[in-house]
Design a protein around this ligand. Structure first.
Ligand code: CS2
Length: 488
């Protein structure tokens, strides 16, 4: 069977192919992307591919992995080409051509730096996950972060995205090149503003004039990104080779729903993202709040409770009627009242559509994958709702159950000696080791962990009581006993 690459592209007739890669070999790279995981390849690279296909332009992407070699190994021999399978009521395939190359920052730093400081590079997009920004619990750059500290010594090549981009911007400043526009595409509240502030804070440690230049010139729109993109598995590789008659090292699967809302500060010269479905708006915050609160909060809640209940995928958890009624109540009584949605959004319909997406039988999205990095995700998708509800004197009982489920999830990993995927793994496992099943004792340990919980929360009685109650209710799950979710 043919391997997917430029030489075999024309032989594929089962789906659309990126003709521009065959007809215009000189098309330039205009974007660098940091973090070429599945989400980026199913989302921003897909939008950019649509934009190039329909409207042209020198917008090929140089994709940069900060450390891992996997994507580069898989895609380099495929000339950056890969397939996307859209799995929903019908299945559709597409070959995406927008990635020109995949580089690895640790081993190919000079090439990466050359791309970042090239005059053709006008955008740098990022999907580096919450932890990649090295922020503290206030959302500002953590200058005590070990890796940031190392980068700031300037003696070695940068290992953080913030350090690398700040150095590249300094080089552009020194060479009179315009700053590139940075676009954060991670599930962080105010992602663009946080990234901009982090880069400026880093720049302050380097040079005063450069900092002023950056403050005047750095464009960093906030964005909301959405499309459920589970990790690739062998079943997908087999599906691609059967359906497209070509072998693809690393295909991507996602649902058909895809959304990208971008703050309307983008430079005029850009890929035609807005003409191929992205929304430009001045109110990203409203969309971001809606998505983090109505999709990501229920997602994480389902993940922690679902794993404790022994479910494997989001779809499986959504077959559990007790759990679904708990989630639905949580959304209606505690999440929806917590924020003002954008005028154009019908919140009830939006939320119901999300729950319907969770029930998509064609998508096998592992709860364990969503449960990763809880210490970074809770402060974005659950704790702000709790803070708002406390301020508004609204209920937080269901949200307390969600936080308690996270604590018990960590305990279960510890008890079973299973890996906990989280940058604060060792701190969290230490907390778990000290637990003794007494709700007040165990919750005091977790809530006192200031890397996750802000001082406002840890001093709040209502918050502690809600988590303690949730913990007591869910405790039987630790010993695999049942819990009646209709009474929670
Ligand atoms: C998920 C998200 O893994 C997770 O934490 O909640 O990746 C979710 O699938 C996306 O945000 C959907 O757009």
């Amino acid at each position: 069977m043919n391997k997917l690459n430029l030489a075999t592209l024309n032989d594929i007739d089962a789906c659309s192919i990126p003709n521009y890669r065959l007809t215009d070999q000189n098309k330039k790279v205009g974007l660098v992307h940091i973090g070429p995981g599945a989400f980026f390849r199913g989302h921003q690279a897909w939008y950019t591919h649509q934009a190039i296909t329909q409207y042209g332009g020198d917008w090929l992407i140089s994709a940069v992995s900060m450390r891992s070699a996997g994507v580069s190994e898989a895609l380099t021999e495929q000339d950056g080409l890969y397939s996307v399978a859209v799995l929903d009521s019908k299945t559709e395939f597409e070959i995406i051509g927008s990635i020109k190359e995949v580089l690895i920052a640790t081993t190919e730093f000079d090439k990466v730096f050359a791309r970042l400081t090239h005059q053709d590079t006008q955008f740098v997009t990022l999907t580096i996950t919450e932890k990649g920004y090295c922020l503290d619990s206030k959302g500002t750059l953590d200058l005590d972060n070990k890796e940031i500290k190392q980068d700031l010594t300037g003696t070695l090549q940068p290992i953080t995205a913030v350090g690398m981009l700040a150095n590249a911007l300094l080089d552009r400043y020194n060479n009179n090149l315009p700053a590139f526009c940075v676009i954060s595409c991670d599930n962080l509240t105010d992602n663009g503003h946080k990234l901009r502030a982090a880069l400026i804070s880093y720049a302050k440690q380097l040079d005063e004039k450069f900092t002023l230049w950056l403050e005047e010139n750095l464009i960093a729109p906030c964005t909301m990104v959405d499309s459920i993109t589970p990790a690739t598995d062998d079943a997908l590789r087999t599906l691609i080779s059967t359906e497209l008659n070509v072998s693809d090292n690393w295909p991507i699967k996602r649902e058909s729903f895809v959304q990208w809302v971008i703050e309307d500060t983008l430079p005029k010269n850009r890929p035609a993202w807005d003409k191929v479905g992205a929304t430009l708006t001045s109110d990203v915050r409203g969309f971001e709040n809606a998505k983090l609160r109505l999709l990501n909060c229920p997602h994480s809640t389902l993940a922690y409770i679902g794993v404790l209940l022994g479910h494997e995928t989001v779809y499986d958890a959504m077959q559990d009627q007790g759990l679904v009624s708990f989630i639905t109540n949580l959304i209606n009584s505690e999440v929806i009242p917590s924020f003002t949605p954008p005028k154009e959004l019908d919140v009830q319909a939006y939320s119901q559509d999300i729950l319907a997406r969770f029930k998509n039988p064609a998508i096998r999205h592992l709860l364990a994958q969503i449960a990763w990095d809880g210490s970074q995700k809770l402060p974005m998708r659950i704790l702000p709702i709790i803070e708002q509800n406390i301020a508004d004197d609204n209920a937080i009982n269901g949200l307390g159950v969600a936080v308690a489920a996270w604590c018990l999830f960590i305990r279960k990993r510890y008890i079973n000696n299973e890996e906990l995927v989280d940058p604060l793994q060792s701190d969290l496992l230490k907390l778990a080791a000290e637990c003794n099943n007494d709700a007040a004792h165990d919750i005091a340990l977790f809530v006192g962990f200031t890397k996750v919980f802000s001082t406002n929360l840890l001093e709040n009685k209502q918050f502690k009581v809600a988590i303690e109650q949730g913990y007591t209710k869910l405790l039987p799950l630790l010993s695999n006993d049942g819990v009646d979710f209709t009474t929670i």
